[in-house]
Design a binder for this molecule. Sequence first.
Ligand code: NAD
Ligand code: GLY
Length: 386
Amino acid sequence: MTQKKVSIKIGRKSSGYDIRIGNDLLAASGNWAVESLGRSSGKIAVISNKTVFAIYGTTVVKGLTKAGFETFVHLIGDGEKYKSFKTLEKTLAFLGENKISRTDAVLALGGGVVGDLAGFAASVYLRGIAFLQVPTTLLSMIDSSVGGKTGINTSFGKNLVGSFYQPNGVLIDAAVLATLPRRELTAGFCEAIKQGAISGKKLLEQTGSILEELDNNSIAKKLADGHFTAEFEQLLAAQVRFKALIVAGDERESAAKTDAKSRKILNFGHTFAHAIEKITNYHYFKHGEAVGYGIIFAAELSKKLELMPLDGVNLLNDVVRRAGSLPAIGHIDPSEVLEAFKYDKKNIGNSLQWVLLKGIGKPVIVSQNDIPGSALRSVLQSIIRH
Ligand code: NAD
Ligand code: GLY
């Protein structure tokens, strides 16, 4: 059993917290919880969903119980629609009914949906109790479990109610990816490519080379190979380190910050992604798949505006292709995409803020007012046609 540790200093916990990364770590979740919480007793409310809990729940609960914790399990529905006020209310009621107190903790076992909802519940229940994250999708390992954004979707938009709430500890066990459906893995890799694109060639190439090794093999098979696993854990650690670095400098995504290290740059690829998700009613694409197209769109737009040379665009196209096949996009109406841009939450002072690239690892925020409509339309036509 190998392990890596990324220590993070962000937000309200001045002592910071650790993200543990390794393979087959779930059975030792009890010891990790003791270290993260600084105690070996009390209650832990495990929030998960049926799909994930059926595979990994028993191992985690056994580990926690063995370490001295009293566990309580609450399962939410599986899917984005359960990241809702209704689920939050039921989750808070569960915590209250089981007399979870200020010295107890919530543990999220699942992907980004479970993590965002459980983290938000932990942040508002009794005005905030300890929170542990065990992310089980690639996206939640490298993105949503790092940085403290928690929240739910609303009738007026996605992720519009929430909090910034850093966890007490995160446990990333790569072995759980063996059961992750292939499309979810591709979606997670697209977010990893996004982080590589804005971080620099090193992280992008590291991500690309894992994808090359993975090729068309199942990750379950590859994770049985010690060499691949070691490289994959290094990639997870590098991805987490990069995201933590950005978040540490701009935890609350300050509206005034627009430099290359502002948290906004993590939205690279997201303007186009949000638009195509919205016009397909959030049912057609996995979020990360839409980000895959968003990366290509932002890269092409950067080239069109003569910000980034062709080799950067080619590299990004190549790595996104290696991530796996994306759902076809040819049926999408470009005029609907242009209309959907207007509703993006990155609108500041009525102008949409695009994250573009001056090169790999050189993000720049550009106001839509500075982008000719003809450039947007021409890139849109070429992406949708191909
Ligand atoms: P998800 O949580 O819906 O999980 C995807 C699917 O995989 C689900 O059906 C889930 O049950 C299943 N699953 C999870 N782990 C599994 C495993 N190991 N084996 C088998 N099946 C497994 O999706 P996601 O992509 O993890 O997260 C998406 C959510 O994350 C969105 O709500 C998005 O808004 C949010 N998000 C938040 C942040 C943040 O900073 N907080 C960042 C990015 C995304
Ligand atoms: N996923 C974007 C952020 O955490 O800011």
